[in-house]
Design a binder for this molecule. Structure first.
Ligand code: URA
Length: 426
């Protein structure tokens, strides 16, 4: 295959064949196609886009660059959820055990924090002993016995994506819907799924700021999953304020434990149940979303989902009862009154990083004990001086305080809170 000809074809807006795409990815993964050629190809895709056929071929080639999980057919569908990420976005923790309680197998491979958005693995590692580096064999054993697992991707899963993502990160080629689609879907489909539900977020704390961009990404992800014979649907959801009250690591685990014990914030509960219901319908386990929602709510309220979570944590070496460290609380207020009009949610994510709860550099260690508790939401009426948020901090936190103060804007007139679930795409 002629690599230069393929790059030129994409540069000129021509559609590449699945074979051309497979050779590019195969050559790149083996080190036969150098970074500079792959960077040129990624830029051509950024500028010219890809057809659905090309995006599916790219996803397939990246998926087959590594191992895929193979499951015996024991009658339990394999399902998972992927979120494009946000602040306080913690639905994976309650959702995996909830779906396992409903007879699903959930081999959830998750990631770490990316920029201001938190990462599921970082949150779970605030549970003493919890392991996120399970081997393929361990994933299969625990899913078989417990029904769910939440772990990191081993080097064997979609290695082409790891290599290509590192290159995109430094060549301004991350923001491309076909490249994002292939990156996300190759990792998720390597789990050997029957059904996948996507939570595509938009707003001030999301990767996609506008609902139109989020819709376009959701469409591409759903079409690609469907084309690859995995039942796929997406919910477009709001990230103009954090999900739940907590953002950080241990504080988010605490909030999920509260939810699994039948408490916890209403928005987190309703989104977890909505995503779970989509997964049960996609997997053919429920015929109607309403019935699936009722079943999931029952699993939460009965305490069975909490017990399942505890079982999963123990199987992964963690101790859910062991105390999780919490840093000292410190309130943040403003001398303004009115209705909370908007929250620059990305600033809250940056504040968590300033406190030490996220990474500025890839090799930074996370402080699991720090974080933010939101004390108001969009639409709340506040008096001057009322605390807006509480920081959990190890010491002086001027930068984080400034970021949190600057995140809030107020209106003298009442403000309607944004809807949490905007649209369903299937
Ligand atoms: N997350 C991914 O896994 N890949 C992308 O390309 C962007 C976000």
């Amino acid at each position: 295959m002629n690599t230069v000809a393929s790059i030129a074809a994409k540069r000129d807006g021509r559609e590449l064949s699945p074979d051309e795409i497979a050779s590019l990815i195969d050559g790149f993964t083996r080190g036969e196609i150098p970074d500079y050629q792959m960077a040129a190809f990624a830029m051509a895709v950024c500028c010219r886009g890809m057809s659905l056929r090309e995006t599916a071929a790219l996803t397939e080639a990246m998926l087959h660059s590594g191992v895929t999980l193979d499951w015996p057919d024991d009658g339990r569908p394999r399902v998972d959820k992927h979120s494009t990420g946000g602040i306080g976005d913690k639905t994976s923790l309650p959702l995996a055990p909830l779906l396992a309680c409903c007879g699903m197998r959930v081999p959830m491979i998750s990631g770490r924090g990316l920029g201001p958005t938190g990462g599921t693995l970082d949150k779970l590692e605030s549970i003493p002993g919890f392991r996120t580096d399970l081997s393929t064999h361990e994933i299969q054993r625990i899913v078989d016995r417990v029904g769910c697992v939440i772990t990191g991707a081993s080097d064997e899963i979609a290695p082409a994506d790891r290599k290509l993502y590192a290159l995109r990160d430094v060549t301004a080629t991350v923001a491309s819907i076909p490249l994002i689609t292939a990156s996300i879907m190759s990792k998720k489909l390597a789990e050997g799924l029957d059904a996948l539900v996507l939570d595509v977020k938009h707003g001030s704390g999301a990767f996609m700021k506008s609902v139109d961009d989020a819709r376009a990404l959701a469409r591409s992800l759903v079409d690609t999953g469907t084309r690859m014979d995995v039942a796929t649907a997406a919910l477009l959801t709001d990230m103009n304020q954090p999900l739940g009250w907590m953002a950080g690591n241990a504080v988010e685990v605490d909030e999920c434990v509260a939810l699994l014990r039948g408490e916890g914030p209403e928005d987190l509960k309703s989104l977890t149940i909505a995503l779970g219901a989509e997964a049960l319908v996609l997997a053919g386990e429920s015929r109607h979303r309403e019935a699936a929602e009722t079943r999931l709510a029952r699993e939460l309220e009965s305490g069975r989902a909490y017990e399942k979570f505890r079982e999963m944590v123990a199987a992964q070496g963690g101790d859910l009862e062991a105390p999780r460290e919490a840093a000292k609380p410190r309130n943040v207020s403003r001398d303004k009154s009115g209705y909370v009009e908007s929250i620059d949610t990305e600033k809250l994510g940056l504040a968590v990083i300033e406190l030490g709860g996220g990474r500025k550099h890839k090799e930074d260690r996370i402080d699991h004990a720090v974080g933010i508790e939101m004390l108001v939401r969009i639409g709340d009426q506040v008096e001057s001086g009322r605390p807006l948020a509480r920081l959990f901090t190890r010491g002086p936190c001027d930068e984080a305080t400034l970021l949190v103060e600057a995140a809030f804007s107020f209106s003298p007139l009442p403000v309607a809170p944004p809807p949490l679930i905007v649209e369903r795409i299937a």
